[in-house]
Ligand binder design. Structure first.
Ligand code: AMP
Ligand code: MN
Ligand code: MN
Ligand code: MN
Length: 281
């Protein structure tokens, strides 16, 4: 069986490893088909593709786009995109645009909560100055001993209702899906079990996503618990969505699931890669 991992991050967004180092790790872990899906960024793709080619990994272009739907932040993965598509390139540049302002506002709030100079601290962890994320603040707060790990930082500081949280308006669902489809790609709802949506709201979201041309959801992801693999397999089947599999790997110390380490998709789920031309499929 092919080991397919279609969701992970490099230091072009909030991962720790360079795109080629992620490729090396994927290969070492037995991955056959691999996509790098940095947040709102595609500039890691050339390095990732070259490394994959050298290692004999089947490479799939990818991106994870941040969107705002109602009051929620949701992530939409785009697979098999043409990363040179100008509307996609431009849309992602706009999506990244507010990140520095937001980071400065987060730092001001953290300073008011007794943690000064967090912007400068977070910047030390940033691999791409256009993509400063909450994860970089989390790593800084661990470094200076405020929290034991990044999960604790999120819980205590970086989520809604906490002192370092700054609301942000990202792209719309319609924009993200349009950019992905316009670039010849497949739109996939990332880790649907992570959002704070009740069944009715999640159903409305899936209906809208489907109407816009979205065709897949992540079923097995490092951001789901094993119970959720089963739960979202049923949902994928009920809605007629294809199912995706991706570790959401960010770094060796932080991620619960390593590259390539998820179980296979549950029976009955049609893999998002079912009609791709892959070797040894
Ligand atoms: P941002 O795009 O700046 O809002 O950052 C979002 C990123 O923060 C996600 O992609 C995750 O990598 C990370 N993240 C979100 N929630 C948590 C959490 N509870 N624990 C650890 N990392 C988290
Ligand atoms: Mn992330
Ligand atoms: Mn995500
Ligand atoms: Mn991710």
């Amino acid at each position: 069986m092919l080991n397919v991992d279609l969701h992970c991050h490099s230091n072009i967004s909030d991962g720790i490893l360079s795109p080629s180092a992620v490729a090396v790790r994927a290969k070492a872990n037995g991955v056959d088909v691999w996509a790098l899906t940095d947040h709102d960024e595609i500039r890691g793709i050339p390095e990732a593709r070259a490394a994959a080619l050298e290692l004999g990994l089947q490479f799939v272009t990818g991106v994870e786009i941040s969107i705002t739907w109602g009051a929620q932040t949701i992530h939409i993965v785009g697979l098999h995109i043409d990363e040179t598509n100008q509307e996609l390139v431009q849309g992602l540049a706009e999506t990244r645009g507010g990140r520095e302002r937001r980071a400065r506002d987060m730092a001001a709030q953290l300073a008011a909560a007794g943690i000064p100079d967090a912007f400068e601290g977070a910047l030390k962890h940033v691999g791409n100055p256009d993509l400063i994320s909450r994860t970089h603040f989390a790593r800084h707060l661990v470094d200076i001993g405020i929290c034991a790990d990044t999960h604790e930082v999120f819980r205590r500081y970086l989520v809604e209702g906490k002192p370092g949280y700054v609301p942000h308006r990202w792209a719309s669902l319609a924009q993200a899906v349009k950019w992905i489809l316009g670039a010849g790609g497949i739109a996939v709802v990332a880790h649907p079990g992570r959002y704070h949506l009740n069944d009715v709201a999640l159903g409305a979201f899936f209906d809208e996503f489907k109407q816009l041309g979205g065709t897949a959801i992540e079923v097995n992801t490092g951001s789901h618990s094993p119970d959720q693999y089963t739960e979202y397999a049923k949902i994928a089947i009920a809605y007629g969505f294809l199912g995706s599999r991706g570790s959401d790997f960010h770094s060796p110390g932080e991620s619960r699931v390593d590259l390539g380490a998820l179980p296979p998709l549950p029976p009955g789920v049609v893999p998002v890669w079912h009609d791709w031309s892959l070797e040894n499929a």
